[in-house]
Design a protein around this ligand. Sequence first.
Ligand code: SER
Length: 626
Amino acid sequence: MKAGEIRKKYLDFFEKQGHVIVPSAPLVPENDPTTLFTGSGMQPMLQYFLGTPHPLGKRVTDSQKSFRSQDIEEVGDNRHTTFFEMLGNWSFGDYFKAEQISWMFEFLTKEVGLDPNNLYVTCFRGNDDLEIPRDTFSAEKWQELFSGKGIGAEIADFPEENGMQGARIFYYNEKKNWWSRVGVPGNMPEGEPGGPDTEMFWDFGIERELHEKSQWKDEPCHVNCDCGRFVEIGNNVFMEYVKTASGFEKLPKPNVDFGGGLERLEMAARNNPDIFHIDLFDSALAVLEEESGSKYGANEKQTKAFRVILDHMRAAVFLISDGVTPSNTDQGYVLRRLIRRSVRFADTISHKHKPIDERNILGAIAEAFIQKYKGAYPELITQSDTIINEIEQEEKRFRMTLERGLKEFNKLKGKSLSGADVALLYQTFGFPFELTLEIAGEEGMTIDEEGFRVAMDDHRALSRAGSEKKFKGGLADTTEKTTRLHTAHHLLLKALQMVLGPEVHQRGSNITQERLRIDFNYGSKMTEDQKKQVEGIVNEKIKAGIEVVRTEMALEEAEKLGAEHEFNAKYPERVSVYSVGPIAHPFSLEFCGGPHVGNTNELGHFKIQKEEAVAAGIRRIKAVLE
Ligand code: SER
């Protein structure tokens, strides 16, 4: 079964169970200051677990484009990718464990046709200190379902120490069977929702010998072992707790958050433990084989290079289609790194003998992905020129700097690299820090990282460090300070349109507790007078004490009202809009999930700190509330 078919079957199945299908949110989240990328299906849904009603009801399902930059280094084994599609279904205070587990069993065994003999599951062991009990309900529900198929399903504890014990259902602690956006309970800030989960694993069976060959051979194999015999194919999170100052409290209503890797489901359906063998990669893989004149899997080094290029180029295609362009900060920096790593790995498998201007192959690989995904993601076709162009330009640029940089690098060989050396490679030859680190690692050299940071005390290094500080899993900060800046952001956009013209729209946004940032389309630097006017309008609206109102309405209606919306975003049939002022004659009206203050008089004094260019035709404002 191909991924496209699994995606469709999943959405149809959950639609039959009363869920509304919603489109994937973009890979670059709007109004979420703490994360660069959408890394899971639940991220855009956060507020609905905490009690805001979802405009489409209590049952929602989707296939969410997801990107995890923290996995860049992991790519190269048989199952890690940075980009993936996460199938998701959610109960916002509606059904709970019994329904979810039964539906999952039915979906996996009947719809996808997986042999239940190769399915294993895990549940939460419980933790007395946290006062969260063992999830015996889920374990017994699974047992009942397996028994219904005539399959023995013993429940066992401590698989980490005692191995499989002939069982099928296992208890693990909160490191494995607890889910929140920031991981284990101890990491969760106050107000963050989370809960125990039950995960499903596929056993590749024939690959049992993998464990014997792995570095874990002296420890017992179990479903969460990293040897590659098992792969997790889905996670049912029972979001029923919220972190408080003293521990955990139950949320007003329990929720279900299911996330399953589409690609991994195809691996299970094919019973092939190599994710790069699934159909979504096949045409791009064929391009690589053609270009390199070698079959995938020829040797270890070539296998890794193929995997890195396939993963990174697929991610690059989707990131560019969501508006990211290569740059030295934030999302653009990650994209640049993906493309530049691909170039490096491409050169290890092919045509180094070719003249430099004939080596470019990334455009052809991107084209293969666009063709493969165009049915499910038609925006790839409308954006295909931009995607190919950005990738080809970046590849060309990097090849030129790579040639020069490697020469310089070779001169430095044989010693450890000082901070100044690394900074020189970055500033003069465009070597991203991680690239230098990788090349140095290959050459057995060390790097003075701290020295590099000192040497690079300019805005590029700072912005990179800033993005590292952000939460990996994507914590939307909903503190009072951030919320106030969010409302100020709406006022600012409207004021910009009044001063600079109605064709000004938002092209990016990032709000922290300290400041707001907005990117918008405008051709020239703003004058001092324009900035003063904008500040004046925002402060006047703050003083006027205008109410901020959330309204749910049909997408069509919101569009008719001319509500501001995200560049490139797709919306469901019902949307949430925020108006500053009454919805009938608002000062500002935006598609937005919130949160916002109740009245503009809560904001304080608004001040623009900086106005600058970020790209051709795109300006950026940073502003604060004092
Ligand atoms: N939030 C869970 C995950 O990302 C399940 O959707 O794994």
